[in-house]
Write a protein that binds this ligand. Sequence first.
Ligand code: URA
Length: 245
Amino acid sequence: MIRLDRWLSTLGVGSRSQVQKLIRAGEVTVDGGRVTDPGTLCGESAVLAVAGETLDSRLRRHIMLHKPAGLLTAARDRKQPTVMDLLPPCFVPLGCMPVGRLDKDTTGLLVLTTDGELAHRLLSPGRHVDKVYLATVDGPLGAREQEMFARGLNLGDFSAQPADLAIISSSAAQATARVTVHEGKFHQVKRMFEAVNRQVTVLHREKFGPLMLDPQLKEGTWRDLTEEEIRSLRQAAGMGDATDD
Ligand code: URA
């Protein structure tokens, strides 16, 4: 159960005192009935409406975003635009957070969730949630680089675990490959290529754990995860197969 005024302010309808005023003024209905006590306790499946307009009142959100280049992966930043700018403003008070990060110039699949435990578990170093990237680099790739990736690479401050490098095309000037890593250290893919003397020029994440980037999702757009996707993500996080919705 959740207090009506807290729920409405968490959804971004207004500050706690603003929503209390709205409720007292009779502007709010719960399951179709007018409620004037801001402290009314509601079940999470209640249908809320303000001034006759039904709200999307979900408190738990799990979403897939097709991240474009040029945005920071952060909940907020004082100077630069972040991925949160692509989402409805209520996602911030809901506490919807990116699960891990993609560099500013990296595109592709980013999962965001209000479930802090799920995010924490998916990112925990022992969990080894696979991530698949499509990378373009500034020189040829061949058996030598594949072997180096497969052995694991010493990156100075940490040793990258063995990773799979599937070469899609390679010429003297440029190559494209699909890279599967089992961990998620800072700038990991770029640093692994640097360790074999290649610079990444384009990086795109296609897969995060069990989730593939939805091909229907245009760059800069997002959608809710399906029940099945949430279940698979929770399973990957070792949280059983029950959804929390
Ligand atoms: N590895 C990188 O180097 N950058 C990313 O954005 C993701 C993985």
